[in-house]
Design a protein around this ligand. Structure first.
Ligand SMILES: *Cc1c(COP(=O)(O)O)cnc(C)c1O
Length: 358
């Protein structure tokens, strides 16, 4: 039996997508070979590449002012590429310190220049976000993390940053809801939460910012290289892009981003409501205003009970509920491909467990 996979990433994918990939893996549409054996300059791959890019633009309604890139190296490489391309040695940028992933992004920016933390959630153990932020004169950009995967904190409205480009790491909530792309100088995401298997990184970047990328950078590290070559400067991760295209078709057939947003809110509500209904047993540390629809974090009365809960859930075919090792507790990741039935099964189990142990 297929398990309900609540892992934070890599994470669950739609079964229909896995089956579509399986069906075409060995022999791709009459080519006499697999797509992953074929040249990335072949017409067959070219069609996959351009379909995937077109679906990103269509689903996110990317305006003509922005370019869509498909890169490698995960969101982690973006932590370094962003300061190298936009801040330059000795420059400065602004950043919101909202949790574990923001911390990693900030650490890489700080290797290149000065980072002004315009907000730091450390006093609340990263359970909240600012209502507003004030940018600093001379800041090359403001970096935020649209969803903190580990702490379960998510921006619901994005800050106005005036002339300072807003750059967002949306690795764990991209394509989970409509986004005001025009507001962002750049928004990026590793694929392995909502978009497909690991191996491809989606970057959407405002075209005028490409003019700021310094020629002194090694070719791969320069965004302009990839924009000029339509993300085919070097061999792309063919399988990952093919799979991402299939995931995007699945999103489209499920009502696009409005459709998945509705479902995501329903799933998250089921779990948050269960936590609230057993408030003497479960506790969500996150400020209710900014609770993530993607990663629901919660605690039980003791670490021993948390261990038992995770083990008992596993016996029922629900895996990946352990919180990140840095924070402990429990976490249910409810990405796009988690069906409503999975969230319902978890909520039912949580109720049962609270009754038995509360
Ligand atoms: C998973 C994750 C990352 C790291 O992504 P990689 O693709 O492994 O580099 C970065 N930021 C956020 C918010 C994430 O959830």
């Amino acid at each position: 039996m297929r398990k309900y996979n609540f892992s934070a990433g890599p994470s669950t994918l739609p079964v229909s997508v896995l089956e579509a990939l399986q069906k075409d893996l060995v022999e791709y549409q009459g080519m006499g070979l697999s797509l992953i054996e074929a040249s990335h300059r072949s017409p067959e791959y070219d069609a996959v590449h351009s379909t995937t890019l077109a679906l990103v633009k269509e689903l996110l309604q990317v305006p003509d002012t922005h370019e869509v890139l498909l890169l490698q190296g995960g969101a982690t490489l973006q932590f370094g590429m962003i300061p190298l391309n936009f801040m330059g040695q000795g420059g400065s940028c602004d950043a919101v310190m909202s949790g574990s992933w923001a911390k990693k992004a900030i650490a890489d920016s700080a290797k290149v220049g000065t980072v002004n933390k315009v907000f730091d959630g450390k006093d609340s153990s990263y359970t909240t976000l600012p209502d507003n932020v004030t940018t600093t004169a001379g800041a090359a950009y403001l970096h935020i993390t649209s969803n903190e995967t580990i702490e379960g904190v998510q921006w619901k409205n994005f800050p106005d940053t005036g002339d300072v480009p807003l750059i967002a790491d949306a690795s764990s909530d991209i394509m989970s809801r409509p986004l005001p792309i025009a507001k962002f100088g750049m928004i990026y995401a590793g694929a392995q939460k909502n978009l497909g298997p690991a191996g491809v990184t989606l970057v959407i970047i405002r075209k005028d910012l490409l003019e700021r990328c310094p020629d002194s950078l090694p070719a791969y590290l320069n965004y302009k290289t990839h924009a000029d070559k339509d993300s085919l400067y070097n061999t792309p991760p063919v399988f990952a892009i093919w799979a991402m295209g299939e995931v995007l078709k699945w999103i489209k057939s499920n009502g696009g981003l409005d459709g998945v947003q509705k479902l995501n809110e329903q799933k998250a509500q089921l779990v948050y409501d269960t936590i609230a209904a057993h408030g003497d047993f479960y506790r969500c540390p996150v400020d209710p205003e900014v609770r993530s629809t993607m990663n629901v974090v919660f605690r039980l009365p003791t670490e021993e009970l948390e261990k038992q809960f995770i083990a008992a859930a596993k016996d029922k075919g629900m895996i990946g509920l352990k919180g990140h090792r840095s924070v402990g507790g429990c976490r249910a990741s409810l990405y796009n491909a988690m069906p409503l039935e999975g969230a319902q099964a978890l909520a039912d189990f949580m109720t049962e467990f609270a009754k038995a142990h509360g």
